[in-house]
Design a protein around this ligand. Structure first.
Ligand SMILES: Nc1ncnc2c1ncn2[C@@H]1O[C@H](COP(=O)(O)OP(=O)(O)O)[C@@H](O)[C@H]1O
Ligand SMILES: [Mg+2]
Length: 357
């Protein structure tokens, strides 16, 4: 028995079915769930919360069977993307809301709300109404309200998605502090790899209402086994045919381009290459790269920290991630031709075609 045990859980919403055969978490685990929109992540969280009733299966937390308990008796809190504070209550009343139901002493409530607000950096807005707060302050207040009751399990459904990059980073730090100081067990749904990186120790991937991969963070990031996972994590996915093995390198033909990998495979295979492992150079200087192609820049996509460069190599297009500095230094412009360098250790065979789809 673990701290959280979910077994043979099935939620049937007619058009959509969520089925989780098993999920086990230890106390203090921080599970991040990723998966495309519509894969059932929110329904799964809300079932743990008690808002959906499963047609079969069990949820047990800290030795107690939650499966049929009403939400308020579960000792589980949830934070949503959009704050759900009561507009007619002050921030202080909102945060105290959970405690009131626990019939605590008035002065105790006051002290606890002020303590938690100080920790969350919102003690100066306690007397204000939610309508007057910034997005970051609202989300801090929502988190404060969720954790003040000291829940046995904290659920978060894309809690940072509506926030700008800077606010997101400061809230992520705060959540990391909460995780470390309170040893809260957390399930956090996100589309952001940074949340996996900075917060989680375990990762689950959902697709079509099922958990298709779950493991320790390092395992999932380093070996994104099924086709879909690598795709979701933004890797380049190529389908090819193994031509043979020489000197420990496997040659894979992808639309008449030969890719060399240290992984083994046979027949039709799926290759995954992460964008940050595709290097762009003016000359083929890197003798250690076993894959060298000529590529033409098709387009350039700039984000806040990374620039994605799409390179056409014959019939295929590979996305490379480079720093803004490299773009300037190399003079990367649409239509220009460059050398594209990939080490054989960074070309991964992640599956066989038509399997694990
Ligand atoms: N209350 C509901 N009743 C029936 N179907 C629903 C309900 N809520 C969501 N769905 C459907 O279930 C699927 C999964 O939804 P959801 O869990 O919200 O996905 P995600 O959070 O992964 O984006 C979607 O196709 C959605 O339309
Ligand atoms: Mg959702």
């Amino acid at each position: 028995m673990s701290f959280l045990d979910i077994d043979n859980l099935e939620i049937d919403l007619g058009e959509f079915v969520v089925r989780v055969d098993e999920l086990h978490l230890s106390r203090g685990d921080y599970l991040v769930i990723i998966g495309p929109t519509g894969s059932g992540k929110s329904i799964f969280l809300e079932t743990i919360m008690g808002f959906f009733e499963p047609i079969s299966g069990t949820i047990s937390l800290d030795g107690a069977d939650l499966t049929t308990l009403p939400p308020e008796e579960r000792d589980v809190s949830i934070v949503y993307q959009d704050h759900c504070l009561f507009p007619h209550m002050t921030v202080e009343e909102n945060i105290a809301y959970g405690l009131r139901k626990q019939t605590e002493m008035k002065e105790n409530i006051h002290r606890q709300v002020h303590e938690i607000a100080a920790m969350m950096g919102i003690d100066h807005v306690l007397n204000r109404y939610p309508g007057t707060l910034s997005g970051g302050e609202l989300q801090r207040a929502s988190i404060a309200r969720a954790i003040i009751v000291n829940p046995r399990l904290l659920l978060m459904d894309e809690p940072f998605s509506a926030l700008d990059q800077r606010t997101k980073i400061s809230l992520r730090k705060l959540i990391a502090d909460i995780r470390d100081n309170f040893e809260t067990t957390v399930i956090h749904v996100t589309h952001d790899l940074d949340d996996i990186w900075w917060l989680s120790n375990k990762v689950a991937v959902m697709n079509h209402g099922k958990i298709i991969q779950m493991g320790k963070k390092e395992e999932v990031i380093n070996k994104p086994s099924p086709y879909f996972v690598a795709d979701f994590l933004g890797a380049n996915i190529l389908e090819g045919t193994v031509k043979g093995q020489v000197n420990g390198l496997t040659s894979v033909n992808v639309n008449s381009n030969i890719f060399r990998t240290v992984d083994c495979g046979e027949g039709s295979v799926i290759l995954s290459i992460r964008p940050e492992n595709i290097m762009i150079a003016a000359d083929p200087f890197m003798a250690s790269a076993q894959n060298i192609f000529k590529g033409t820049v098709e387009d350039i996509i700039e984000t806040s920290r990374i620039v994605y460069v799409n390179l056409r190599i014959g019939d295929i297009v590979l996305t490379s991630a480079v720093t803004p500095g490299a773009v300037t230094e190399l003079g990367i412009r649409t239509g220009e031709e460059f050398q594209v360098l990939i080490k054989a250790t960074n070309v991964r065979i992640i599956g066989e075609k038509n399997k694990n789809g």
